[in-house]
Ligand binder design. Structure first.
Ligand SMILES: [Zn+2]
Length: 130
């Protein structure tokens, strides 16, 4: 499964931009007014996305996508919020275990120090310290 990054964002019929695709997903960018959301939209059911991450802007989102290996890395870098309760697991996460440690909903590794958000729901959870 390899990521095919488009040279330019492409408008689609889902009211957002497609930046890349692989065999299974479109990698779409949605303008949420106050932030941008990178989502993985299944090609089999393109009417709803499955995984998503919020960024301050489209540039940060694009750079994160370009440096992400969805085959071995569960989630991209640099996002500020995961809007879903479901955490994506890459097809081969065992090849990058340092990267794929537990992250809070704000994208921080709690094992490396507490999340800057004092209201983070993942503070103090035992799995967060692994
Ligand atoms: Zn947090």
């Amino acid at each position: 499964m390899s990521l095919d990054l488009y040279p330019q964002p492409v408008e689609n019929d889902r009211e957002c931009l497609t930046l890349a695709e692989d065999e299974t997903y479109y990698y779409d960018a949605i303008n949420m007014l106050f932030n941008w959301r990178l989502v993985m939209t299944p090609k089999a059911t393109p009417e709803m996305w499955l995984y998503g991450w919020c960024y301050d802007g489209q540039l940060a989102l694009t750079l994160a996508l370009k440096t992400w290996d969805p085959e071995t890395q569960n989630e991209p870098l640099g996002w500020k919020k995961r809007p879903t309760r479901v955490v994506r697991v890459a097809p081969h996460p065992e090849t990058d275990t340092g990267y794929n440690r537990f992250r809070c909903i704000h994208g921080h590794y709690p094992a490396d120090g507490p999340c800057p958000d004092p209201h983070c729901p993942d503070r103090g959870r035992p799995e967060a310290l692994r």
